[in-house]
Design a protein around this ligand. Structure first.
Ligand SMILES: C[S@@+](CC[C@H](N)C(=O)[O-])C[C@H]1O[C@@H](n2cnc3c(N)ncnc32)[C@H](O)[C@@H]1O
Length: 264
């Protein structure tokens, strides 16, 4: 069997549903808006790569109706499998790096926050483009993980603490083969992959301490804890970081989600 590709935030962790819940509540409305711009219509065949909790796959199924088809893949689909889905959704355990694609001639292919994590992202991109029908659309929604300015803070020490711990997380991501800047590289990558009419739109919001969105930082740090400690972050810093995430006087910009789409 081929090697599984690396992914820092492995879905076996019991806190994974917290991550999917934040992504769904903060970003699904924006991803849906961007997907509607493809012309999404009844009867379309869609591929949702690395579908995570599966919420967008279910929404795509509503849009394409009973004559459409939605294939939702994930390296580890256990969380999407834990609940029912519309009949036109096919859930697959599938590695987008190493497995043959589950089909071709798709009308639309969507992936959110998947290629960012994959060192082989440009090869995967070429394979996704090849799996589109002529005129089909690829939509990639990806973060620029580096643009997370604090928007309000109880003091300067809080800003420094956030930036110190967050930059250590970016190092962990890079060590696992992720590209924290992938979001801002996708427009050029889709153009270089031969797509036309390539455009990007970016969404961000404020994440106050104690709110839902900022909880993404908690689950990410908890899951990367071992590597953070090995790189010199202390448990005391992590404790203060978690307290900051609960403090309404601290507000941080969400990760900007850059949605890029192009036509084959
Ligand atoms: C950050 S989560 C995003 C989940 C979902 N797309 C969303 O935005 O809510 C990344 C997802 O990609 C999946 N993934 C990672 N590597 C993958 C691979 N090689 N093939 C397929 N899925 C992969 C993970 O298992 C995880 O569910």
């Amino acid at each position: 069997m081929a090697d599984m590709s690396r992914y820092l935030f492995d879905n076996t962790d019991a806190r994974t549903p917290d991550r999917f819940s934040v992504l769904e509540s903060c970003y699904d409305h924006f991803s849906r808006r961007q997907l509607l711009l493809t012309g999404l219509a009844p009867g379309w065949r869609c591929l949702e790569v690395g579908g995570g909790g599966g919420s967008l796959g279910d929404w795509l199924a509503q849009q394409v109706g009973p004559d459409g088809e939605v294939t939702v893949t994930d390296l580890d689909p256990r969380w999407a499998q834990s609940r029912p889905h519309p009949p036109q959704v096919r859930l697959l355990r599938h590695d987008i790096v190493n497995d043959p694609l589950p089909g071709d001639g798709y009308d639309v292919i969507h992936a959110r926050l998947v290629l960012l994590h994959l060192p082989e992202r440009l090869d995967v991109l070429d394979r996704l483009v090849a799996a589109l029908r002529p005129g089909g659309r690829l939509v990639l929604d990806e973060f620029d993980c580096t643009w997370t300015p604090p928007l309000a803070a109880p003091d300067e020490a809080a800003v420094s603490l956030f930036q110190h711990v967050h930059s250590a997380l970016l190092t962990q991501l890079e060590k696992a083969g992720a590209d924290p800047l992938w979001g801002r590289r996708t427009l050029a990558a889709l153009t270089n992959a031969g797509l036309t009419e390539v455009t990007s739109t970016t969404y961000a919001e404020s994440w106050p301490g104690g709110g839902k969105g900022i909880g993404l930082h908690r689950v990410n740090m908890q899951q990367a804890r071992e590597g953070l400690l090995a790189d010199g972050i202390t448990d005391e810093e992590l404790t203060r970081f978690y307290a900051l995430l609960d403090n309404p006087a601290f507000v941080v910009n969400s990760y900007p989600l850059i949605s890029t789409q192009g036509c084959k």
